[in-house]
Write a protein that binds this ligand. Structure first.
Ligand SMILES: Nc1ncnc2c1ncn2[C@@H]1O[C@H](COP(=O)(O)OP(=O)(O)OP(=O)(O)O)[C@@H](O)[C@H]1O
Ligand SMILES: [Mg+2]
Length: 397
């Protein structure tokens, strides 16, 4: 059918034509927003799940919900080996600009911007030459004596407090969204936890919403033991049958097209209900169909096409990041799990490769750092990418 009208949207962070199966999370966040705005104690939400299940998309939806209520909102994507100060400053700058539109006292807004600038300038290493110094694009003079101590924990508490007060002036709040939360560095995790703790105690209307891989809870509790009490972890998973059907059917119907019952079933089977795969196989089936409706035959014809695209865009781009030694490790995991998405014992991986477990620690740690695998439970390891084992077994090298 007409590729121009193809509604499906495979791609990282791509807004799906139909956000299916996330009503529970959306409803929970409604409650969070309402409670936080009223100064009630509330735990922050952290979405966890495998690659491609729709964490980034959902985070974007939660952000939109906050903005619709007149909140200030900003988003950060954490990166390994990079501090949070700069991206955090940019995200809060965004949030302050949202709030400024509704604020009646420009001088109050300016003074908070001054504190933000002071906070941001601290991202420059002490003694950096003027021409090497990074300049945040904030159009006010930097304040002094607030959020600029250089101790990220102290600075965050002060900055969050000031930004939250600005929101309080206009009767709303601030939502700070942090994607790829497993990549936040230990010092920054500690500081974030401490700041969230402090703010929730004072009833300030600021909420941190995170998203990341399944081991985020372990990463956070390693830095601050009380993180369990600060965050409510919500597991985002593949779509159930009815939701997956809605994700495919609703966009097709909106284009005045149709799909047969068995084609829908075949799409569910091949995609396993994983949102990324739902989009990828749905898109290919639409393009392969010579006419309306999309049939099971079209789905069959389209599958290799979809798989070829996934092999490059979804699996390949990640596989490329692994060194030869790491690829061996991944391959052994795939062999052991026989292509199913299951955790395997790290000792069995070592056994399979005929190596001592300790000698494989560097490869494993590096794969964790690259976000390709995670430690599901002590002594076991799993792929963060669904169907990754199957993909590896299908390669000839
Ligand atoms: N609820 C949903 N219903 C249908 N499609 C969805 C849904 N959520 C996400 N998708 C689709 O799934 C794909 C992946 O979404 P997204 O990038 O948000 O995943 P992610 O969990 O952030 O992945 P990663 O861990 O790689 O960052 C996108 O193509 C998006 O359109
Ligand atoms: Mg994402």
């Amino acid at each position: 059918m007409d590729p121009v009208r193809n509604p499906f949207a495979p791609g990282a962070g791509q807004r799906p034509p139909e956000l299916a199966g996330r009503d529970r999370e959306v409803a929970a966040f409604e409650v969070v927003l309402e409670r936080v705005a009223r100064g009630r104690p509330e735990r922050s939400l952290v979405l966890t799940g495998l690659r491609g299940v729709g964490k980034t998309v959902l985070l974007g939806e939660l952000r939109a919900m906050a903005v619709r209520r007149g909140w200030g909102a900003g988003k950060v994507e954490a990166r390994p080996d990079a501090g949070l100060r700069r991206p955090l400053a940019a995200a809060l700058h965004r949030a302050i600009r949202d709030l400024a539109v509704r604020h009646r006292a420009p001088d109050r807004v300016e003074s908070v911007l001054g504190v933000l600038k002071a906070f941001a300038l601290r991202a420059n290493p002490a003694g950096a030459k003027l021409r090497d110094r990074w300049q945040p694009g904030i159009d006010v003079p930097a304040a002094t004596g607030r959020a600029d101590s250089g101790d990220i924990e102290i600075d965050l508490v002060e900055l969050f407090t000031d930004v939250a007060e600005l929101a309080q002036d206009v009767g709303t709040g601030v939502a700070l969204l942090i994607d790829e939360m497993q990549d936040v560095q230990p010092d920054d995790v500690s500081a974030l936890c401490a700041a969230c703790h402090e703010l929730s105690q004072s009833g300030a209307p600021l909420v941190v919403v995170g998203a990341g891989l399944p081991h985020v809870p372990t990463v956070l509790s390693a830095s601050k033991s009380y993180s369990e009490r600060l965050f409510r972890y919500v597991r985002i998973d593949r779509l159930e049958r009815a939701d997956a059907e809605r994700a495919m059917l609703a966009p097709i119907k909106r284009e005045d097209a149709s799909i047969t019952e068995d084609a829908l079933e075949a799409l569910y089977e091949t995609s396993g209900g994983y949102p990324y795969f739902v989009q990828a196989y749905g898109k290919a089936a639409w393009d392969a169909a010579p006419g309306d409706p999309i049939t099971v035959e079209d789905v069959r014809v389209a599958a290799p096409e979809a798989e070829a695209e996934l092999a490059v865009g979804f699996f390949g781009s990640r596989y490329e990041r692994a060194t030869p030694a790491e690829r061996e490790y991944l391959r052994a995991m795939a062999d052991l799990s026989e292509g199913r998405d299951e955790a395997v014992p790290t000792a069995a991986v070592a056994d399979r490769l005929g190596r001592k477990p300790s000698s494989l620690s560097p490869a494993r740690d590096s794969l964790i750092k690259k976000g390709l695998v995670y430690s599901a439970e002590r002594g076991r390891i799993a792929f963060t990418v669904p169907h990754f084992g199957r993909f590896l077994l299908g390669r000839d090298d």
